[in-house]
Design a protein around this ligand. Structure first.
Ligand code: PEP
Length: 245
């Protein structure tokens, strides 16, 4: 099972140090794959603190070019050289607030994989789309671009936008339906089985049920990942069968 912490624009060097001090000993010898995605400036410290531990480090975005005149952007090659091994692409906040499109998301994901990073690629419908009965057609469109990616370095995160940061998680039935659809799509597009994570208000109280839902290979956790204790409680709720892929 893969559990990824998305810190979004939260955290500081002192918080990261305290977090790793609490979490790393608990993860030792554990059965799951765990990834921490803090803001860019904390990545070097995270790589240093997590070296030799069970916690891998990921970024929350990257650019599609190796280098260039792209003020404010970060190259996936720089991330890879620094020891970062994962990157989140196309988070709904990037799609909604920062103009991410299916095409720019694909370009970032491709470049990230070429640089050697594994990609957590986010998809998911808005509330209006779900209420309009468009969930599966949105997922169809968002996954259509993924055919060109390396399935070995790809994980999909199904994150219904209405469940992110709202405290309203999707029901296991909704999750199972979306995950089954995404699994089938990815099998069709890449010829391989690609793990699908659930994301959207995963908390210690609902993690057991969500992670045991058919088709769920792990979770992408926002709010509840900021506290080492609650993130570890979510990790502990993950079923051990099928651990580490
Ligand atoms: C996320 O940021 O990907 C997320 C799912 O956030 P939250 O867990 O806070 O809903």
């Amino acid at each position: 099972v893969l559990l990824a912490a998305n810190w979004k624009m939260y955290g500081s060097p002192s918080q990261l140090a305290a977090y790793c001090e609490e979490l790393l000993p608990k993860l030792e010898g554990g059965p799951h794959q765990v990834v921490l995605c803090p803001p860019f400036p904390l990545l070097p410290q995270a790589v240093m603190l997590c070296a030799g531990s069970e916690l891998a480090v990921g970024a929350q975005n990257c650019h599609w070019a190796r280098e260039g005149a792209f003020t404010g952007e970060v190259s996936p090659y720089l991330l890879a050289e620094m020891g970062v091994s994962w990157v989140i692409i196309a988070h709904s906040e990037r799609r909604k607030l920062f103009g991410e499109t299916d095409d720019t998301a694909l370009a970032r994901a491709k470049a990230a994989q070429e640089a050697g990073l594994s990609v957590i690629f986010c998809v998911g419908e808005t509330l209006a789309e779900r209420e309009g009965g468009e969930t599966l057609s949105v997922l169809q469109r968002q996954t259509a671009v993924l055919a060109g990616l390396d399935p070995q370095k790809l994980v999909i995160a199904y994150e219904p936008v209405w469940a992110i940061g709202t405290g309203h998680n999707a029901t296991p039935a909704q999750v199972a339906e979306a995950h089954a659809f995404i699994h089938e799509r990815l099998q069709e597009l890449t010829g391989q089985a690609v793990p699908v994570l659930y994301g959207g208000s995963v908390k210690p109280q609902n993690a057991g049920e969500l992670l045991a839902t058919p088709g769920v290979a792990g979770a992408l956790v926002g709010g509840a990942s900021l506290d080492a204790g609650s993130f570890f409680a979510i990790i502990q709720a993950a079923p051990v069968a099928g651990a580490k892929g």
